[in-house]
Design a protein around this ligand. Structure first.
Ligand SMILES: NC(=O)c1ccc[n+]([C@@H]2O[C@H](COP(=O)([O-])OP(=O)(O)OC[C@H]3O[C@@H](n4cnc5c(N)ncnc54)[C@H](OP(=O)(O)O)[C@@H]3O)[C@@H](O)[C@H]2O)c1
Length: 351
């Protein structure tokens, strides 16, 4: 793959574009880039919802709009591409349009405007099932559902568009949690604060979670490090499990939900029925069964998931998942920013 060192990066603060700036991760990233002295253009479609720190230029726009992207990428050295339709937030067709075609449109604008580096937020969901117990970056990709497939297709677009002047770093995070996430994190807190917690079997299978600050640090380094060229890197925390989360929550709040183990097959069947009914009840997804077998699940609070090797990210970015579950959960609870508007499918469709 091509490699390039963004030349203007450390001189007077690099000029960065963030797509998906209004989302959970985008808002954290914009804040962090400003703290690192970057000049930031934040691309989004919901200007009023973006609390804009000083040093940020907000640009209204859609990722599918070529003219808008041509404007947004002008005089920019690093593009952080986060805009996507994540599971539960749109139908299959929109997922393909935004996640796959949107990446193609953005790539073209990056090349035409001489952007030096593109950091793309892909996902562990880009791996192709059946999933091995330990997945490194050389494991086969292709995705399982339309989200993973669209991410894998976007990765291919990026690989095929590699040039000597544009280096691209593809990050594949596992499920992320942290303050400001009305999806997975809000659902997790609501589960932990309940009276009963249903678990799949007596010792639930571990799964990978990464705290938002640890991921954001990796994203910023991926955009600014002179030491790397084009690369693809998993970003994940060490595997954890429901009992560890319950204990951490109890240590912080004094409340411990009572775990009620159910047979694993029952939990799988319940998840499959829920997936089917959700698709049937119309978010434009084609109704179909989704397998919740162990080698199909990327990371689920209930059903666990594989381990994602981060050896490459440690070497390339000095990545470290340094936030403990207890510290991360405490930050979430202190932030008062988790609201009740949780998305009902997030626990079992990590992205
Ligand atoms: N959160 C995780 O656990 C996780 C894990 C792995 C990978 N990722 C990846 O990280 C990225 C950010 O995830 P997130 O959790 O922050 O998701 P999010 O909160 O749903 O944010 C998605 C962002 O994409 C923007 N977007 C969607 N369609 C767009 C369009 N047509 N044009 C312009 N912008 C558009 C949204 O803007 P609007 O506000 O205008 O809709 C929003 O800012 C995604 O690429 C996701 O696949 C996330």
């Amino acid at each position: 793959m091509a490699s390039a060192s963004p030349s203007s990066m450390h001189s007077g603060g690099p000029s960065s574009l963030v797509t998906g700036a209004t989302g959970f991760l985008g808002r954290h990233l914009v804040r962090s880039l400003v703290e690192h002295g970057h000049t930031v253009t934040a691309l989004g479609r919901q200007c009023p919802n973006l609390v804009t720190p000083s040093g940020v230029r907000y640009q209204y726009g859609d990722i599918l709009n070529q003219r808008c992207l041509a404007d947004a990428t002008r005089n920019v050295s690093v593009v952080y591409h986060l805009a996507a339709i994540v599971p539960g937030k749109g139908g299959q067709a929109e997922q393909w349009r935004v996640n796959h075609y949107g990446t193609r449109v953005l790539l073209q604008a990056c090349i035409e405007n001489g952007v030096k580096r593109l950091v793309f937020l892909s996902s562990v969901c880009a791996y192709a099932p059946p999933l091995k117990a330990l997945l490194d970056e050389d494991s086969p990709t292709g995705g399982g559902d339309s989200y993973g497939q669209s991410k894998a297709a976007a990765e291919l677009e990026i690989a095929n568009a590699a040039t000597n002047s544009l280096s691209s770093v593809i990050l594949r995070p596992s499920q992320v949690y942290g303050p400001g996430d009305g999806g997975f994190t809000a659902m997790l807190v609501s589960m932990l604060s309940g009276k009963y917690l249903y678990t799949a079997g007596r010792s639930p299978r571990p799964f990978s979670l990464v705290y938002v600050d640890d991921l954001i640090e990796a994203i910023v380094r991926a955009g600014t490090s002179r030491a790397i060229g084009s690369d693809t890197l998993n970003i994940a925390g060490p595997p954890t499990h429901l009992q560890a989360l319950t204990s951490a929550y109890a240590a912080i709040t004094g409340h411990e939900a009572k775990c009620v183990p159910l047979p694993i097959a029952v939990v799988r069947l319940a998840q499959e029925l829920r997936w089917f009914s959700r698709n049937l009840s119309g978010n434009a997804m084609r109704p179909r069964w989704k397998s919740y077998a162990a080698d199909q699940v990327y990371g689920s609070v209930l059903l666990g998931g594989p381990e994602y090797s981060v050896n490459r990210a440690k070497l390339a970015l000095a990545f470290e998942a340094k936030t403990s579950i207890q510290k991360g959960l405490a930050n979430v609870l202190n932030s008062h920013s988790h609201d009740s508007s949780v998305n009902s499918n997030v626990l079992n469709n990590p992205h």
